[in-house]
Write a protein that binds this ligand. Structure first.
Ligand SMILES: [Zn+2]
Length: 173
């Protein structure tokens, strides 16, 4: 026999059960969305760290590569070569084991033959593509001083002048 006792009290019980289960389901939803929000925040943090790390690694590799090409340029006496051969020769430099190709750097060829005066900085090459890290966006610049070749990091705004110089230079060589 199916139990029939307490059947009259059933509607009230169902109402309060509904309320309890609604509250429970609401609480579950809140917990779910709270967890989801933390997971999204966590994922965003991981993404930012990975992004920063990749940008930083590439920026470091770029600087090391430019240092490597700077040394090759000095030993090959690149500055004394014919202007139309400088970029050709540069692009054929052997890249470092880990690092960027010589093509990553855009040369300002017409400046290579200029002898810097005391205190003067003559721009010679700049990154063809900017480097994006979470803290800064910019490029490396290779320049000549009276004492020799050197490298500096410029933020994107300061780099624009040299990027433009290198582009103009490409049209004449
Ligand atoms: Zn670079």
């Amino acid at each position: 026999m199916a139990p029939t006792a307490g059947k009259g009290a059933l509607p009230n019980d169902t109402d309060s059960m509904d309320l309890v289960s609604q509250t429970r389901s609401l609480r579950r939803k809140v917990t779910f969305w709270r967890r989801a929000a933390w997971m999204i925040l966590g994922a965003a943090a991981v993404f930012l760290i990975v992004f920063w790390n990749r940008g930083e690694t590439r920026r470091r590799e770029c600087r090391a590569s430019l240092q490597h090409y700077l040394e090759l340029a000095q030993s090959a006496k690149l500055a004394t070569q014919r202007a139309d051969l400088i970029e050709l020769h540069w692009n054929q430099f052997e890249p470092p084991t880990v690092g960027l190709s010589p093509m990553h750097f855009d040369l300002i060829v017409r400046n290579w033959g200029t002898l810097p005066k005391a205190g003067e900085r003559i721009p010679l090459a700049i990154c063809r593509d900017r480097h994006i890290t979470t803290l800064s966006i910019g490029r490396h610049l290779l320049y000549a001083t009276e004492k020799g070749l050197a490298i500096t990091w410029l933020d994107e705004e300061a780099a624009q002048e040299y990027v433009e110089d290198a582009r103009k230079d490409n049209r004449t060589h």
